[in-house]
Design a protein around this ligand. Structure first.
Ligand code: ZN
Length: 363
């Protein structure tokens, strides 16, 4: 009895009486999205049908040299080595439809704003049917957590796409949202350098390159230690719409490396080390069967509702690549984020329906 009681007492004591070290017991979550990145590339690697399409005018030799292998495991690891080495070994990867592991958006529109609304509000709202800069009426999980005392001022989002201040309703939510040409006005020299770079760089997809979004988020994390950080990449969707399969794959590969770089960074910071969950997902799928349908998505394009999710962290089951048939939905991500942070994001709080947490992947 005494043997049990003493460690229990010490644990309680250390939780409540360590002064400013209390942040150690507060869990962190980092969410990364790759816009419109297909599950087909995540699980199957580079697509041979698209690579062998003679009408395709991208840098096909580069793709074949760097991302092609006849072996499935090699091929997908060449494209996304962090996901297939580190996350597969330590976390979970959901959405391989080759095994009937089905991950879908629940909204009927299957494009970006409705998808991001579903991810962060847990509510596939029929009224959210446009990519226009319209302030989102729905309460999102970042906004909710930013109002929880333990997380107040500790929630931030960095995005390449400039619609995020509207999707996350920055003014109402109080969440710090930095998008595309939003000025990075901080005292840190690194953030000031990035600010100059984002205004001087070429913009191949008409918004700042994802690498700027990444470094802005990383430098912010190092200086301000948010408990919940969201990074939204955009290049994959834009290059896909343009039919640039080589650039689409190169962006996926680069972003996988950025996520690896971020993971290594957080393991060197006390607040985050062994106390952070990483979630990687996307807003929608895209066409999957023909030689040109991969470029597009939406209600008219079959397979656009098909997405995927990878996660890793102390509260995530080490299931690796899930091969047991199941059905999961994008609307479950918001309540999962809250649960990982010890909170409950439900219909009463959100004032709209919220999907159940992805308990299958949680410890
Ligand atoms: Zn798109």
């Amino acid at each position: 009895m005494l043997d049990i009681f003493i460690p229990f007492f010490l644990t309680i004591f250390s939780l409540f009486f360590t002064g400013n070290k209390t942040t150690i017991s507060t869990p962190n979550v980092i969410v990364v999205t790759l816009d419109g990145l297909r599950w087909q590339e995540i699980f199957n690697g580079a697509d041979s049908i698209i690579l062998n399409d003679k009408t395709y005018d991208g840098d096909i030799e580069y793709v074949k040299t760097n991302f092609w292998s006849k072996d499935l495991n090699n091929r997908r690891s060449l494209l996304a080595p962090f996901i297939w080495n580190t996350i597969q070994r330590n976390g979970v990867i959901l959405g391989n439809r080759n095994y009937d592991v089905n991950f879908n958006v629940a909204n009927k529109y299957q494009f970006s704003y409705p998808g991001y609304n579903e991810i962060f509000t847990g509510f596939p709202d029929d009224a959210v049917n446009s990519n226009d800069k319209i302030l989102n009426k729905n309460i999102n999980v970042l906004e909710y957590l930013n109002k929880v005392p333990a997380y107040k001022g500790k929630v931030a989002a960095f995005s390449t796409w400039d619609v995020f201040p509207y999707i996350l309703n920055e003014n109402r939510s109080g969440v710090y949202v930095n998008s595309d040409v939003d000025t990075l006005s901080f005292k840190e020299p690194s953030l000031n350098l990035l600010n100059e770079m984002q205004f001087l760089t070429a913009k191949p997809i008409n918004v700042r390159p994802d690498i700027i979004t990444y470094f802005a988020a990383k430098e912010y994390l190092k200086s301000y230690h948010p408990s919940l950080l969201y990074i939204s990449f955009d290049e994959t969707d834009d290059f896909a719409h343009s039919g640039m399969y080589d650039q689409y794959l190169k962006s996926l590969h680069a972003e996988d490396a950025m996520i690896s770089n971020l993971w290594n960074t957080i393991q060197s910071i006390t607040q985050y080390k062994n106390n952070t969950t990483l979630i990687i997902t996307c807003d929608h799928g895209r066409g999957g069967t023909g030689k040109s349908t991969w470029k597009n998505h939406g209600q008219e394009v079959k397979e656009s509702s098909q997405i995927w999710l990878a996660a890793m962290g102390p509260k995530i089951q080490n299931l690796g690549e899930v091969k047991v048939a199941g059905q999961f939905y994008q609307k479950q991500i918001a309540s999962t984020i809250a649960k990982l942070m010890g909170q409950d994001f439900n219909e009463t709080i959100a004032k709209h329906p919220v999907g159940e947490p992805l308990n299958y992947i949680l410890k």
